[in-house]
Structures are given as structure tokens and as C-alpha cells.
Design a protein around this ligand. Structure first.
Ligand code: PEP
Length: 255
């Protein structure tokens, strides 16, 4: 982390877990455990648990994010939820382009870009996910794949808009597998993503963008990962479902 340039973020992606009752239980257990001076904490529950999370975290340091949004404001898009609907609920952040959306729901670089535009227009902070598949890493394509994903995600955005984003580097092979990128691998990939943003915009802007690592981060490995100069926090799946583990990760990022 480079605290001079960026405020660390620890975000929990609860995926399709935790209904309303479990959300209340988990937030109730988390609140007394977290002290997050010098760090931002975001919880991203499933859609039906958003209002419970917002109610229970009101007045605390926890911000609430969604896991996806549609690019249109309204219309005949059965099953979809727009960015404006999320803002109306009190949601402040939204994960966009998670590899599970790309893998199972046909998310493309183009739809990622459209969702980012809609989220920004609605006043949400997008958490934009990029990352390579295992076979792409093995073929030495990590820089190329993440560079392409970030370039397409940011296509058409102004510097001011890019300055509002959070980016998450999530190597697909490390998500939910227990395999973590080494601290050096994660740091290098994030440095390269930042470099690409500097090429597309400016060094000054790239240096202010918070870039998280995601992929089996847990209470045991977070200290080494968060000690890397380019890693500005974590997007955490499995370990965000356990209050004690998530609180330990927040503690590692706080001052
Ligand atoms: C994620 O889903 O964004 C993630 C990083 O999951 P996990 O921590 O379980 O690998």
C-alpha cells in the first residue's frame, strides 16, 4: 500500500450468499470487530440483502455495494436492476465485470464498459474487475489480457470519470480456489495495470487509482499481500463471509 497516494479499500463480495437474516447476523458480528481508521470498508451483498445491509450499517464506517447493475435506466430487461435503482436504495458502490459474470453470464469487455458508464452516471463508484485465466498466465499473456480488459473497460471515459473508479485485479485461477497469487505476482500485475492507465491517461491520475487484489485473500495471507507497494487493498470473497476473518483483513489495512 502507498498511503501517501491512496486510501486502502477492503471490500467483501458476498456473491449469492447471505439472505436478509444472515446479513443481519454477519453485520451485527462485524460492527464491534472493525476499526478502520485510514481504510475504507465496503460490503457487497446479494440484491435482496442490500436494504438490510444499508439499514444496519448506517452511521458506521461500512459502505454498501451491489454486485452488478444494468446499463439502461429502465426498460424491458427482465430480471435486471439499474444503477439508478441502486442509488435510490442508498447503495454507493457496484462491482462490475467480476470474472463469474464474465464466465457464467456472458459479460464482455463491451458490457463492462456500458455498466461502468451507467454506474458513474448514477453516482455509484464502480469496482471494476480484471484478471487473466490460468491458461493465459501460463502462456505469458497476463499483461496483455489485463491491459486489454482495462483499456476496453475505460473506453470513452474522461480523466475525471476514471479518477472515481476502484479497480480490482483478480486472477481467475485464484478466485475461490484457495490458490493465491504470490505477493510479487499480484504486485507486478497491478503495477502493469497502473502503467496501462498511465499510458491511456496520465501518470498522475494512475497514481491516484486504488487497485485491489482479489483471489483467495484471507486473514493469513493478507499481511504479505497488503505490504506490497502497488496493492491498495482487497476484494474478498470466501473470507468476507466470516466476521473474524474479514475483520482481521480490515485490521491489516487500517492504521
Ligand atoms: C471474489 O469473488 O472476488 C474473490 C476474490 O473470491 P475469493 O476471495 O473467495 O477467492
Amino acid at each position: 500500500m502507498n498511503r501517501q497516494l491512496r486510501i486502502p479499500v477492503i471490500a467483501g463480495n458476498w456473491k449469492m450468499n447471505m439472505g436478509k437474516a444472515q446479513t443481519a447476523e454477519l453485520i451485527g458480528a462485524l460492527l464491534p470487530l472493525i476499526r478502520a481508521e485510514g481504510c475504507r470498508v465496503i460490503l457487497c451483498p446479494t440484491f435482496t440483502s442490500l436494504s438490510t445491509a444499508i439499514e444496519l450499517s448506517a452511521g458506521s464506517i461500512i459502505a454498501v455495494g451491489a454486485q452488478n447493475c444494468h446499463w439502461e435506466k429502465t426498460g424491458a430487461y427482465t430480471g435486471e436492476i439499474s444503477a439508478n435503482m441502486l442509488t435510490e436504495l442508498g447503495v454507493s458502490h457496484v462491482i462490475i465485470g467480476h470474472s463469474e459474470r464474465r464466465q457464467y453470464f456472458g459479460e464482455t469487455d463491451e458490457t463492462v464498459n456500458r455498466r461502468i458508464n451507467a454506474a458513474l452516471a448514477a453516482g455509484l463508484t464502480p469496482i471494476v474487475c480484471v484478471g487473466e485465466l490460468q491458461k493465459e498466465r501460463e502462456a505469458g499473456l497476463t499483461t496483455q489480457v489485463c491491459g486489454r480488459q482495462i483499456e476496453k473497460a475505460l473506453s470513452g471515459l474522461s480523466s475525471g470519470e476514471v479518477g472515481k473508479l476502484i479497480v480490482a485485479y483478480e486472477p481467475v485461477w485464484a478466485i475461490g480456489t484457495g490458490l493465491t497469487a504470490t505477493a510479487e505476482q499480484a504486485n507486478q500485475a497491478i503495477r502493469e495495470i497502473r502503467e496501462r492507465i498511465a499510458e491511456l491517461y496520465s501518470r498522475a491520475l494512475a497514481d491516484t487509482i486504488c487497485i485491489l487484489y482479489g483471489g483467495s485473500m484471507n486473514a493469513a495471507n493478507c499481511i504479505e499481500l497488503l505490504a506490497q507497494p502497488e496493492i491498495d487493498g482487497g476484494l474478498i470473497g470466501g473470507a468476507s463471509l466470516k466476521a473474524v476473518d474479514f475483520a482481521a483483513i480490515v485490521a491489516a489495512a487500517a492504521i
